[in-house]
Design a protein around this ligand. Structure first.
Ligand code: F6P
Length: 377
């Protein structure tokens, strides 16, 4: 790309080079010398990934910068599996769930040979920078690549339905997952009421109960159980009996997949670890339902929402957030703010260190749990 200098560093309408719709990233002193940038989506998919990809491609096209889509997360860099993304490639994808690039839970640090290939292929593809869209694992790997200078030119976009990444108020995908879970729990309410049953809804959330607390509050759940607080079966039963005593013959319990009983481990679907050392969770709702029936004799059923929460079209909120994140990530690349990621602070999209996002898990704010507790029982 021909180097351009923006004399005003402002909006495209004011910018004599007319390159961007957003605040022009090419400042008075800085010259844009980017030609090819890579973009990848890694880890569990979530609604809004395509909106980010579209935003990156649209912003880059206006600057005559090529975007190379890397397929299936870090796996695509190991295998040099790529596709050039042009305006046409991203047409019509804004409302689509999933990711047009595919994803995987590949850890480039698992095997030194893979790491070598990642570094070699990044160079061979002639990439000036990489935009990594992912959660704790994908951004964790990005952070390592930056720190050990294997690939220093990386910026991040925080994604996960779990909303457990630090350094951003929200990740995109979370709002959609919460809306899906809320609608499902609303539906459970009517059948629970007709049959005078307890219904236990298991939602995703490995180590943080954000989906449970938001969907539980939104759907008027009678008890919400999250990984941050061990489950006290006695207390759950007391609350259920309290409801019955005041004439409520049904109850709704929302539980995060990662919640566990006092003195016991998380409930696993599979012991096998993925490349980042995670087990597959799932099954707490079934165990909890049986225990409730055994202890107080209330007829109880359970539902595991699982991957339904990750599929389908993003909400308008997530489309907008993902779009803002994509444009921000492009700005970060052009301004060479490597090691940073797009982040939401209040209602502003700013940038934050990737290192901070992956350093510590963002768990549920206990003030929010206190609000939820007002409606328990
Ligand atoms: O991406 C986060 C997440 O949705 C967790 O909530 C869940 O435990 C996990 O992914 C499931 O992963 P997989 O799709 O690999 O089974």
């Amino acid at each position: 790309m021909q180097a351009v200098e923006c004399p005003v560093g402002k909006l495209a309408v004011e910018c004599p080079v007319g390159k961007l719709d957003v605040e022009c990233p090419v400042s008075k002193t800085e010259v844009c010398d980017m030609e090819r940038i890579g973009v990848l989506t890694g880890g569990g998919d979530c609604p809004g990934l395509n909106a980010v990809i579209r935003a990156v491609v649209r912003a880059a096209s206006k600057n005559d910068i090529k975007v190379i889509g890397i397929k299936n997360g870090w796996k695509g860099l190991i295998e040099k599996d790529t596709v050039e993304l042009k305006m046409d490639s991203v047409s019509g994808i804004l409302p689509r769930g999933g990711t047009i690039l595919g994803t995987s839970r590949t850890n480039p640090y698992k095997d030194p040979e893979d790491l070598k290939k990642v570094i070699e292929n990044f160079k061979a593809l002639g990439l000036d920078a990489l935009i990594a869209i992912g959660g704790e694992d994908t951004l964790g790997a990005a952070n390592k690549l930056i720190k050990d200078k294997s690939i220093p030119n990386i910026v991040g976009v925080p994604k996960t339905i779990d909303n457990d990444l630090s350094a951003t108020d929200f990740t995109f995908g979370f709002d959609t997952a919460v809306n899906i879970a809320t609608e499902a729990i609303d539906r459970l309410h009517t059948t629970a009421e007709s049959h005078h049953r307890v219904m236990v809804a298991e939602v995703m959330g490995r180590h943080a109960g954000w989906i449970a607390i938001y969907s539980g509050i939104a759907s008027g759940a009678d008890i919400i159980l999250i990984p941050e607080l061990p489950i006290d079966l006695e207390e759950v039963c007391v609350l259920l009996k309290k409801r019955q005593a005041r004439g409520k013959g049904f109850s709704i319990v929302v539980v995060s997949e990662g919640a566990k009983f006092k003195d016991s481990d998380m409930v696993l679907q599979e012991e096998k670890l993925d490349a980042f050392g995670h087990v597959r969770l799932g099954g707490i709702a079934e165990i909890l339902s049986k225990k409730i029936e055994e202890k107080i004799g209330f007829e109880t059923r359970y539902v595991v929402l699982g991957h339904i929460q990750r599929g389908g079209t993003p909400t308008a909120f997530d489309r907008v957030l993902a779009t803002r994140f994509g444009v921000k990530a492009f700005e970060l690349v052009v301004n060479k703010k490597f090691g940073r990621m797009a982040s939401l602070s209040g209602n502003q999209v700013v940038d934050a260190p990737i290192e901070k996002a992956v350093g510590e898990l963002k768990t549920v704010d206990m003030k929010l749990y206190d609000i939820a507790k007002v409606f328990f029982g």
